[in-house]
Design a protein around this ligand. Structure first.
Ligand SMILES: Nc1ncnc2c1ncn2[C@@H]1O[C@H](COP(=O)(O)OP(=O)(O)OP(=O)(O)O)[C@@H](O)[C@H]1O
Ligand SMILES: [Mg+2]
Length: 288
């Protein structure tokens, strides 16, 4: 399903995103900087060590690496869902240091859609606004705009059980977008979907990003997906979780089928594949 074109009453670009860089435009100022971030769990596992990563406005950064290399941990630390054991997470707003992220600055999409099965689509998408005290009536336009962005405005009264896997994930993305986040964090959101649905959602995600100017940090195991979507691929290795290599994807956004079959796409896939194999090879005791 593609975006509804003229039908889609798009959410306006978030004010902060628009101020930093035009939607889909060039890479802007840093939003968040992880410096020397480590994470050691109580069970003794060092999930991350010495992670240095700066995310800039307008970027689409993929974290790619073998199972257990700390991708989800890094995302959870960015989201404020986990605290680093060492190092710092520094947020920046309008060029100035911000003491902490504001909760509305972040949208999080998990691998599972995690919808409330007893509630219709509207209530599921409304949830983040409702938690902020926004009434159903006041939230209506934002909810409908978010649903239009993912092409599901006609399913506003449907229950999750009436939706396909791809549609459920679209609702989950709409829920993450309804607060107009400055940065969207996505943890393997399309891993459970079939190839065609996955490619469609990849295209729609790029369209949404271009339209809203949202910055995206995206966790995936897929070389092909990370190459298609990203402006930058961060390849991580395990034990301890760390960055092994960074690959810039220097192709214009948004992309389409022509990019998927281009020489450039193939060359970047090859380079990314090589880096991923190197990352896997470093993890002697990896639990792959
Ligand atoms: N809450 C926790 N307590 C203890 N160990 C944890 C916890 N969360 C993660 N770990 C460990 O930290 C390491 C990194 O986990 P993480 O989930 O970040 O990896 P990942 O790269 O996302 O893996 P996958 O690709 O399988 O999702 C793993 O060894 C994992 O077992
Ligand atoms: Mg994970």
């Amino acid at each position: 399903m593609t975006l509804g074109g003229g039908q889609a009453a798009a959410l306006a670009p978030s004010p902060s995103a628009a101020a930093d860089a035009p939607a889909g435009g060039p890479i802007g100022a840093p939003i968040v900087r992880l410096a020397g971030v480590g994470k050691r769990f109580a069970n003794g596992v060092t999930a991350l060590s010495g992670l240095d990563l700066t995310i800039c406005q307008g970027e689409f950064v993929s974290l790619l690496g073998p199972s257990g290399c700390g991708k989800s941990t890094a995302l959870r630390i960015l989201a404020g869902l986990a605290a680093p054991s060492t190092g710092t997470v520094e947020w920046t707003r309008d060029g100035n240091s911000a003491t902490s992220r504001a909760s509305h600055d972040i949208g999080f999409v998990f691998q599972e859609p995690t919808l409330m099965p007893w509630a219709p689509v509207f209530a599921n998408v409304w949830l983040p606004l409702r938690l902020k005290g926004v009434s159903r009536a006041a939230a209506r336009d934002a909810v409908m705009d978010a649903l239009s962005l993912v092409g599901l405005e006609r399913f506003v009264d449907a229950y999750p059980r009436e939706l396909s896997g791809g549609m459920k994930m679209r609702v989950s993305i709409a829920r993450a977008l309804v607060t107009q986040p400055r940065i969207l964090l996505m943890d393997e959101p399309f891993a459970a979907l079939d190839e065609i649905t996955r490619q469609r959602l990849n295209d729609d995600l790029l369209s949404i990003k271009a339209r809203l100017g949202t910055t995206v940090v995206f966790v995936t195991h897929s070389v092909f997906e990370s190459t298609y979507l990203s402006t930058r691929i961060v390849v991580m290795a395990a034990r301890p979780g760390r960055i092994l290599e960074t690959i810039d994807v220097d192709a214009p956004l948004p992309r389409d089928q022509r990019f998927r079959t281009s020489v450039l796409y193939n060359a970047i896939c090859e380079e990314t594949s090589r880096a991923l194999l190197a990352a896997i090879a470093t993890a002697g005791d990896s639990h792959l």
